[in-house]
Design a protein around this ligand. Sequence first.
Ligand SMILES: NC(=O)c1ccc[n+]([C@@H]2O[C@H](COP(=O)([O-])OP(=O)(O)OC[C@H]3O[C@@H](n4cnc5c(N)ncnc54)[C@H](OP(=O)(O)O)[C@@H]3O)[C@@H](O)[C@H]2O)c1
Length: 185
Amino acid sequence: MPDLRIEGYVIVSADGMLANADRVMPGQLKFEGDKKFFTAALDRADLIVHGRHSHEGQPNSPRRTRIILTRRVGAIAPDPSNPKATLWNPAGAAFEAACDFAKVHSGTVAVIGGPDVFGMFMDRYHTFWLSQAPHVRLPGGEPCFPGVPERSPQEILAAHGLKAGDPQILDPAHEVSVTPWRRPG
Ligand SMILES: NC(=O)c1ccc[n+]([C@@H]2O[C@H](COP(=O)([O-])OP(=O)(O)OC[C@H]3O[C@@H](n4cnc5c(N)ncnc54)[C@H](OP(=O)(O)O)[C@@H]3O)[C@@H](O)[C@H]2O)c1
């Protein structure tokens, strides 16, 4: 069993959306301070995990070991287009098996979306870093977690046993902050 610390990262609008109605993350949700925070976290992580449409697309991305969720494979396969990526279908193999294939047996895992991928790890996060843009609204957008907007992202994190720590301001002009939601103990 790998010794992994699983962390989640998302920035959401005031109405709990991570993307607009076209399932695209709009410029309105992009803030330099949040980008710096996110980039530094990914640079420290030993493994990045995301769905096929949530690649972070950063200059350091080619250096990062990653697992990409897709139903295009039955279980686990190398990514023919990226030697540092493993393709994983959770219907066919456990996460631990995908980590083993990726040769990651310890360290920090950064889960970066989309919604179904966040939902899959909800009971396993050590810390979920919830960035919020309180002046952005994305009506009809893509909810950050399964269960939003019926419940808020905060209610969902709390329902999975996570507790909010002190928020940190990432962009004072737009009042963008990040709150760590940590699992006690
Ligand atoms: N605001 C933020 O912080 C933030 C964070 C993350 C993403 N985003 C944005 O939100 C949008 C997310 O797109 P999305 O909803 O399409 O999510 P996604 O999870 O990135 O991509 C969905 C695809 O991932 C694969 N996948 C997801 N769950 C799977 C499962 N349980 N088993 C197997 N494969 C699975 C499938 O790929 P196949 O089709 O290959 O089977 C599915 O079509 C993007 O625009 C992204 O930029 C924003």
